[in-house]
Design a protein around this ligand. Structure first.
Ligand SMILES: [Zn+2]
Length: 111
């Protein structure tokens, strides 16, 4: 299987911006992979909510879980890589092609 390149902070992104939510009993339940979506209802106050992305059987193997997590990280609806530092960021934190800290650091140099 072809694998897209990983970003250096993928582990943190997985930990902070995705979660696994078990629903139902362990034998016939499902495991939802949810992704944090950051939005800006006002310019200075980000809001985060969880969006269910994909469900797995509750008894899914660790490998199957890793596979959907990997797919979520590379889903351009949710995450993007900064063109400058190559770190992955939730789309809500991106400023165009750059993450927020790169955008701030380089602000003024472009205009
Ligand atoms: Zn950056």
């Amino acid at each position: 299987m072809f694998r897209m390149p990983d970003a250096p902070n993928d582990t943190e992104i997985l930990r902070d911006f995705t979660r696994l939510v078990p629903v139902g009993r362990s034998l016939d339940g499902v495991l939802w992979l949810e992704v944090a979506v950051v939005s800006w209802p006002t310019p200075h106050t980000p809001q985060q909510h969880w969006e269910p992305l994909v469900s797995l059987p509750a008894h899914a193997s660790a490998e199957a879980v890793a596979q959907v997590q990997h797919a979520a990280l590379h889903d351009p609806r949710y995450f993007a890589c900064c063109e400058r530092c190559r770190r992955r960021c939730p789309q809500g934190w991106m400023q165009g092609e750059r993450c927020q800290s790169c955008a701030e650091r380089w602000l003024g140099g472009v205009h």
